[in-house]
Write a protein that binds this ligand. Structure first.
Ligand code: ZN
Ligand code: ZN
Length: 183
């Protein structure tokens, strides 16, 4: 068995320590671990230099990857920002157009309101006219009724005069018939 630090043989006697990662052995004297610490298992979390280096390089790789990811993210964010900046003028244009549309709609609505008001007032006038026409009609109805009554009265009078005339003619007829008898 060779020490992973000094590459010399490790004898059966003497303190030694095992690398947690590669399971290689080392003289305790070749490490910076104290003899007293060897009984405390928490304190002997030892890694040989090679394993420490590889883990460091792994960490470095991770860091590099992270950095490149961060760069990518930065580029992404910048691109998005520029896109937003490029789009903002058109967005402003759109807002302006929308505002104009809204103004136009408001104008149209106020015009409509005026129209509706005008229609309402003319409708009110029509209603008034209709009312006056109705009252006129009622008056006419009454007048017509009065006229009818007058007519019936006149008819009755006429009938009475007719009867009188008839009676008179009959009287004459009697006289005339008397004359005819003589013939
Ligand atoms: Zn050694
Ligand atoms: Zn090792």
């Amino acid at each position: 068995m060779h020490c992973v630090v000094c590459d010399k043989t490790i004898g059966k006697s003497g303190y030694k320590i095992q690398c947690r990662k590669c399971d290689g052995w080392a003289h305790l004297n070749c490490t910076n671990i104290a003899k007293d610490d060897i009984h405390d298992k928490k304190k002997i979390d030892w890694h040989c230099k090679q394993c420490r280096d590889s883990s460091t390089s792994a960490l470095e790789e991770e860091l590099e990857e992270e950095a490149s990811l961060r760069e990518k993210l930065d580029r992404c964010i910048k691109r998005r920002q520029s896109q937003i900046y490029e789009h903002s003028p058109s967005t402003q244009d759109m807002f302006k157009k929308l505002l104009k549309k809204i103004e136009g709609l408001e104008e149209a609505m106020s015009f409509n309101n005026e129209m509706v008001e005008g229609m309402r007032s003319s409708l009110d006038e029509l209603r008034k006219e209709n009312k006056s026409i109705k009252t006129k009609y009622e008056k006419l109805k009454i007048e017509v009724q009065e006229l009818r009554q007058e007519v019936t009265v006149l008819k009755e009078k006429n009938a009475a005069t007719d009867i009188e005339a008839d009676l008179n003619s009959r009287k004459r007829n009697i006289i005339i018939s008397g004359v005819i008898d003589k013939n």
